[in-house]
Design a protein around this ligand. Structure first.
Ligand SMILES: O=C(O)c1ccccc1NCC(=O)[C@H](O)[C@H](O)COP(=O)(O)O
Length: 261
């Protein structure tokens, strides 16, 4: 069993418990459920922004603890001030030490799109994303069937959320080009063995239809890499560990962004 299989198994149990403790009708009465979301496409394509989707990530299966001594609101506020186009917050507790509270704490200080970075296996988690403050959800092709991706993307759209579809290879890309997806992310990290290789982005960029926002995800640690990915056709860059592993993620993103200009 791979880590990804274990995460997905754990998610199914977690969702079943959440549905019992907070039924969907209750979620939809949460104050944050009734709001207009920030549209991912608009912020990624905005000329004053960097295209960076900066991620708040305390820990990961591949690296263990990355940074246990950080405040989510302080970090994401700093990311926003540095010119991030959007923010990603991991909400998984068992493998990434995240929470839905982190998502809400981030929402309170942001005026740019907020991605719930989660392993979505059920539409319930999409409603939960909206109720706790997200504007964008992630659908991971390696965890879902093409029919689920269509259904989940359509449900997210009905709630006004943007949808980022994550793929790792050409087969996942070609089987899942759903109409309600806004952005396609190529994860440079293989979620089964954690090997990171930017070649995945370069191999797939021209195969992604141009009406989708194109995002390169994982393993980005050098501003020069962004220049190369932009020249190849990417609009956005998901970066977590490179900022989070430092003592001061806000200072790290500021320095990184200055080197982009
Ligand atoms: O990061 C991991 O170890 C990981 C393991 C298993 C499933 C997902 C995982 N990460 C999620 C992500 O996709 C990254 O957090 C995101 O792309 C940022 O990557 P990085 O800049 O390398 O932190």
């Amino acid at each position: 069993m791979t880590i990804l299989d274990k995460i997905v198994e754990r998610k199914k149990t977690e969702v079943a418990a959440a549905k019992l403790s907070t039924p969907l009708e209750e979620l939809s009465s949460y104050p944050l459920f009734d709001r207009t979301c920030y549209a991912l496409k608009e912020y990624i394509l905005h000329p004053d922004k960097t295209g960076i989707i900066a991620e708040f990530k305390r820990a990961s299966p591949s690296k263990g603890l990355i940074n246990g001594d950080v405040n989510v609101a302080d970090v994401v506020r700093g990311y926003q001030q540095a010119g991030a186009s959007a923010i990603s917050v991991l909400t998984d507790a068992d493998f990434f030490q995240g929470s839905l509270q982190d998502l809400t704490d981030a929402r309170e200080v942001l005026e740019i799109p907020l991605l719930r970075k989660e392993f979505i296996v059920d539409t319930y988690q999409i409603a939960e994303a909206k109720a706790y403050g997200a504007d964008v959800i992630l659908l991971i092709a390696a965890c879902l069937t093409p029919a689920q991706i269509e259904e989940f993307a359509s449900y997210a759209k009905s709630l006004g959320l943007s949808v980022l579809l994550e793929v790792h290879n050409e087969e996942e890309l070609n089987s899942n080009l759903a109409a309600d997806v806004d952005a396609i992310g190529v994860n440079n990290r293989n979620l089964k063995d954690f090997i990171v290789d930017l070649a995945h982005s370069y191999d797939l960029v021209n195969k992604i239809p141009d009406h989708y926002i194109k995002v390169s995800e994982s393993g980005i640690a050098d501003p020069k890499t962004i220049k190369g990915l932009k020249d190849a056709g990417f609009n956005a860059f998901l970066i977590g560990e490179n900022f989070m592993k430092t003592d001061n993620p806000t200072a790290a993103i500021h320095t990184f962004v200055q080197q982009l200009r």
